[in-house]
Design a protein around this ligand. Structure first.
Ligand SMILES: [Fe+2]
Length: 243
């Protein structure tokens, strides 16, 4: 199995709808390590961080987790990021340090609105690109904006965005619509990365990159599966261009 790098994960404790306890965060890291994962970027929801906590608190949590992992000889490194809901305050929050990119690089994980299609979404994506950032679109296979307008994802990729599927979607954990949509997106060459979007150690939103990788292999072959689970997420983590 290829080395895995996960760029979308809610394993930080007590920050958003991820685990409540530090011990569960560590359990998630151990599960990720057992699935050949070398590094994880944690991506708490920006809204939860700005409303309830602060960026400094999540930075401290990341270093506490890394320290515990070293002490327990768990061979995995945690990096900082954020899942940024797309709204009119995003650029201001970026400038003021309340919105974070992935591992402090040029890639930024953005999430479309779950409902509706605000007129500003193209404008904010264009602003981020104009700012020199590369938006990474979180799980387009699960978002109605892309379901209702199938050309939108193509247009965003043409503009310079990249797209991230969630591993569980590939094998139907979010239902048939998301599964079929994830397969379509991959077959049209519009998927760049697969990530876990983990929220818990066990259950519906657990860490399943090994399963995601094996389903991607079955659907699009081993080379593209490796690109989406290993090569591209590593490039994002290291702030390199995707090849
Ligand atoms: Fe997420």
């Amino acid at each position: 199995m290829a080395d895995i790098y996960d760029i979308h994960n809610h394993l930080l404790p007590g920050v958003d709808d991820g685990p409540k306890e530090f011990s569960e965060s560590i359990r998630i890291c151990k599960i990720a390590e057992s699935q050949n994962t070398k590094s994880v970027i944690v991506t708490p929801h920006r809204k939860d961080v700005t409303e309830n906590l602060s960026v400094n608190i999540i930075k401290d949590l990341v270093s506490d987790i890394n320290q515990t992992l070293r002490e327990d000889n768990v061979d995995i490194t945690i990096k900082i990021g954020m899942e940024n809901h797309i709204d009119l305050g995003l650029l201001r929050d970026l400038e003021e340090g309340r919105a974070l990119t992935l591992n402090n690089g040029q890639y930024i994980l953005v999430e479309m609105p779950w409902q509706g299609r605000p007129s500003y979404i193209e404008e904010i994506i264009a602003d981020l690109l104009g700012y020199g950032l590369t938006p990474v679109l979180a799980h387009p296979e699960r978002m109605t904006v892309f379901e209702e307008d199938p050309n939108l994802l193509f247009d965003f990729v043409q503009m310079g965005c990249i797209s991230q599927l969630t591993a569980s979607s590939l094998y139907g954990k979010f239902g048939n619509t998301a599964m079929n949509s994830s397969i379509d997106i991959m077959r049209h060459g519009l998927a760049h990365v697969i990530a876990s979007d983990t929220h818990m150690a066990e259950g519906q939103r657990c860490y399943d990159m090994e399963l995601g990788f094996s389903h991607a292999k079955r659907i699009v072959g081993i080379d593209i599966a490796k690109k989406m689970c290993s090569v591209n997420p590593l490039a994002i983590l290291e702030n390199h261009k995707l090849t």
